[in-house]
Write a protein that binds this ligand. Structure first.
Ligand code: ADP
Ligand code: GN1
Ligand code: MG
Length: 353
C-alpha cells in the first residue's frame, strides 16, 4: 500500500493526492499529506521500536487531546480510521493521522522574544495539564527521564561496545560518568515527596511547539507521545537545552555552541508567567537542575546511541549522535560555570510574576 492509500484509510476530505516529508523529528516518520480538496493532514509512521505499546500510546493521546480541547486549548486533532481505530497497522508500518496545523516550528531560536513565546507555550501547557487526571495515562516509555537509569544504560552500552567505538570516545564517556552523582538529584527529591509528580509533556524540545509565522503567537504544542507523569523541571529543562543555545543541537563546530543566558532568562520569564500559581517553590527552585539534567541526560543518551550503533535517534551520517553528544557536553559545562547566575535569573523572573 502506498502512503497515499494509507492516508485514505482515514476519513480525510476527498482523497490523498500528495505526500511529502515534514519536519525534523528524531523519532517518528512524519509526512504532510494534501487531499484532492486541498485539505492538509499529518500522517505519521509511529516508531514502534520506541513506543512498544501503541494502544497505550494512542489511548493517551486521544485522552489528552480530548481534555485539552475541552479546556479550550488549541491542540492536535487526530482522526480515527474509517473502521474507527486510533491507528492503522499495515505492511508499511503503524500509522496515525491528524490535521495539519498552520505554523512554524523552530529548529533554533534567533531571538529572546521567540524563546519567551515558547516559554509561554510550554508553561501554559504545564498549567493546563495541572488539572489532568494522571490515572488515565499509561507510561509510553518506562523511566523516560530516570537519569540514573540513563547513565546505567550508557555504562551497559560501553560494556557491549557493539561497534568498537568506545576507544574513540573515552573523553566523552568519562565526562558523563564523572558527573553521574548529579543524576539522582531531582529523583531523590521526588521520592522524598518534595517534588510533585504531575502530568508533563516530557519532550519540550523547541521544535515541538508551533508558532504563528507572522505574529509568532504560540499556536499549538505538538509531539504528544510522551505525556505521562513527570516533573515540571524537566519540561522547563528540555526547552532550555534546545533553545537557550547559540548553536544547533548538531553543530559540529563547538566554538559556535554556548549557553545563552539572555535566552535562558527570556524562556524562564515566559514559562513562569504562564504557569503562575501552579508550581510550588520547591519546583521553582529545581528549574536550574531540570535544565542541567535534561542536557546531561540527552547528551548521555546520544552517546549511548552512538555506542549502540545508532539504533534509537534518526541520524543523517555516522558521527551524528557523537556530534550531538558533544554539543550537550558544552552546554552542561557552561551550565556548571554559570549555575549561580542561573539561580539568580530564576529568582528574579519568579519574583517578577
Ligand atoms: P517526532 O516524535 O519524530 O519528533 P513530531 O510529532 O515532533 O515527531 O513531528 C516532527 C516534526 O513535524 C515537528 O517538529 C514539526 O516540525 C512537524 N509537525 C508535526 N506535526 C505538525 C502539525 N500538526 N502541523 C505542522 N507541523 C507539524
Ligand atoms: C527526541 O521526538 P523529538 O525529536 O521531538 C526524543 C527526546 C530528545 C530529543 C533530542 C521520544 O525528540 O527525548 O530530547 O529527540 N524523544 C523521544 O533531540 O525519545
Ligand atoms: Mg518532535
Amino acid at each position: 500500500m502506498s502512503l497515499l492509500r494509507v492516508a485514505d484509510a482515514f476519513p480525510i476530505e476527498g482523497s490523498a493526492v500528495s505526500c511529502e516529508k515534514l519536519g525534523n523529528g528524531h523519532i517518528n516518520r512524519t509526512y504532510l499529506v494534501t487531499s484532492s480538496t486541498e485539505r492538509r493532514y499529518v500522517l505519521q509512521g509511529i516508531n514502534t521500536g520506541v513506543f512498544k505499546d501503541v494502544d497505550v500510546l494512542m489511548n493517551n493521546i486521544f485522552a489528552v487531546t480530548r481534555y485539552l480541547s475541552g479546556a479550550g486549548a488549541n491542540t492536535l486533532r487526530f482522526l480515527t480510521t474509517r473502521e474507527g481505530q486510533k491507528y492503522l497497522s499495515c505492511e508499511e508500518g503503524v500509522f496515525r493521522l491528524y490535521e495539519y496545523v498552520e505554523g512554524m516550528s523552530l529548529e533554533k531560536a534567533s531571538s529572546p522574544r521567540e524563546l519567551n513565546i515558547c516559554g509561554r507555550a510550554f508553561g501554559g501547557f504545564q498549567k493546563l495539564l495541572g488539572g489532568f487526571d494522571a490515572d488515565q495515562l499509561g507510561e509510553t516509555i518506562p523511566r523516560f527521564h530516570d537519569t540514573v537509569k540513563r547513565v546505567n544504560d550508557l555504562v551497559a552500552a560501553a560494556e557491549k561496545d557493539v561497534r568498537g567505538r568506545l576507544k574513540t570516545v573515552r573523553e566523552e564517556y568519562d565526562f558523563y560518568i564523572s558527573r553521574r552523582r548529579n543524576a539522582s538529584i531531582m529523583l531523590d527529591m521526588q521520592a522524598a515527596g518534595q517534588l510533585r509528580t504531575r502530568v508533563t509533556h516530557n519532550d519540550t524540545k523547541l521544535n515541538n511547539v508551533l508558532l504563528d509565522a507572522n505574529t509568532l503567537a504560540p499556536v499549538c504544542v505538538i509531539d504528544l507521545d510522551t505525556i505521562m507523569p513527570g516533573l515540571a523541571g524537566n519540561d522547563f529543562g528540555d526547552c532550555i537545552r534546545s533553545g537557550a543555545t547559540t548553536g544547533a543541537e548538531d553543530e559540529p563546530d563547538l566554538s559556535k555552541v554556548s549557553l545563552d543566558l539572555e535566552m535562558y532568562r527570556a524562556f524562564a520569564g515566559g514559562f513562569l508567567s504562564a504557569c503562575a500559581g501552579e508550581l510550588t517553590q520547591a519546583e521553582i527552585d529545581t528549574l536550574p537542575w531540570g535544565a542541567y539534567l535534561m542536557t546531561y541526560e540527552c547528551g548521555a543518551r546520544f552517546l549511548t546511541d552512538y555506542l549502540s550503533g545508532d539504533v534509537y535517534f534518526a541520524t543523517a551520517y555516522p558521527e551524528h549522535n557523537l556530534v550531538r553528544c558533544r554539543t550537550q557536553m558544552k552546554l552542561v559545562k557552561d551550565t556548571e560555570d554559570n549555575f549561580d547566575k542561573i539561580r539568580g535569573i530564576i529568582c528574579e523572573e519568579a519574583a517578577n510574576i
